[in-house]
Write a protein that binds this ligand. Structure first.
Ligand code: UTP
Length: 289
């Protein structure tokens, strides 16, 4: 069974980013000139995925419109630069990629959102990417993970070292001591207190799952925050199917958080070949004051 399906759960409330997310989906907030969801889609394309499954909320229709609709402008009067930009805007998805959209009526959790995709996932292994976890890396993190992926009965979760005092914001994992090199998980806990955290490795939003995770999600009841937690299903799966942690190369920005979003915008803007230098000069004048 080939790994070519990927789920984009985008139906969350984005409550940490209110009021911006009152009528605008969090995943449509831009880093520089592209919405977060477009970075996620481009990372998935780069990793070779071809079947995209969006689990969306009814009110977040602009996510679908961003990929479905082409801009039909009269190009005769446009400058060369604008024509180029228009072409890029209308060609986000290559022809070999297909998209399906599933509605999550209520935000009952990440685990619930993924389970809704079952009718399209069927018996296949699949990946999941959370668009608000933006990762700046030379090689896309999904691509790094696909290269690590070995067989259809194992799963991989991406992790990064975090300051333990922040463990209440992450699923925290611990690694089997007899299998430190392969980083096989022996525990995962959703948002533990620092003193209860099994390590300093926190899960971030990239996963490759064996199909069995769907069975475990079906058996998962409402957990932390009264949501169906993906973490709980992963924990149940650990004793039957191996799950490996993958410490990716790259810098991750939590763009569902206002400060994380600002930092990502500054970093991406500083790297821009068009105005990075000018921004650097501007920031210097601000910091010297
Ligand atoms: P988050 O917990 O970061 O998103 O979920 P959220 O619930 O929108 O955030 P806050 O805390 O209210 O600000 C990670 C991803 O899972 C999706 C979100 O859209 C986000 O991309 N998600 C979450 C769903 O699709 N459905 C859910 O029920 C919950």
């Amino acid at each position: 069974m080939k790994l070519n399906k990927i789920v984009f759960p985008v139906a969350g409330l984005g409550s940490r980013f209110l009021p911006a997310t009152k009528a605008t989906p969090k995943e449509m907030l831009p880093i520089l000139d592209k919405p977060l969801i477009q970075y996620a889609v481009e990372e998935a394309i780069d990793a070779g995925f071809t079947e995209f499954i969006f689990v969306n909320a009814k009110s977040k229709i602009s996510i679908k419109e961003h990929f479905d609709n082409n801009l039909n402008l009269d190009i005769s009067n446009l400058t060369k630069e604008k024509k180029e930009l228009l072409n890029q805007t209308n060609q986000i998805l290559p022809n070999n990629v297909s998209c399906s959209y599933i509605i999550q009526d209520e935000p009952l959790g990440l685990g619930h959102a993924i389970l809704l995709a079952k009718s399209v996932i069927k018996q296949d292994p699949f990946a999941v990417i959370l668009a608000d976890d933006l990762i700046d890396s030379q090689k896309g993190v999904l691509k790094q993970m696909v290269e690590e992926y070995k067989d259809n009965s194992s799963s991989i979760v991406s992790v990064q070292k975090i300051d333990k005092s922040n463990s209440i914001h992450y699923g925290m994992v611990s690694i089997r001591e007899d299998n430190l090199k392969s980083m096989q998980l022996n525990n995962i806990i959703e948002k533990p207190l620092p003193e209860d955290s099994p390590s300093n490795l926190g899960v971030v939003g990239r996963y490759i799952f064996c199909n069995k995770i769907l069975d475990f999600l079906e058996d998962t009841s409402f957990g932390t925050g009264n949501e169906i937690q993906l973490t709980d299903a992963i924990k149940s799966m650990l004793s039957s199917y191996p799950v490996f942690a993958y410490e990716f190369e790259g810098v991750r920005y939590d763009c569902g958080d206002k400060l994380g979003f600002i930092k990502a915008n500054i970093e991406y803007a500083l790297k821009s070949s068009i105005f990075g230098d000018e921004l650097k000069e501007y920031l210097k004048t601000r910091l010297i004051r």
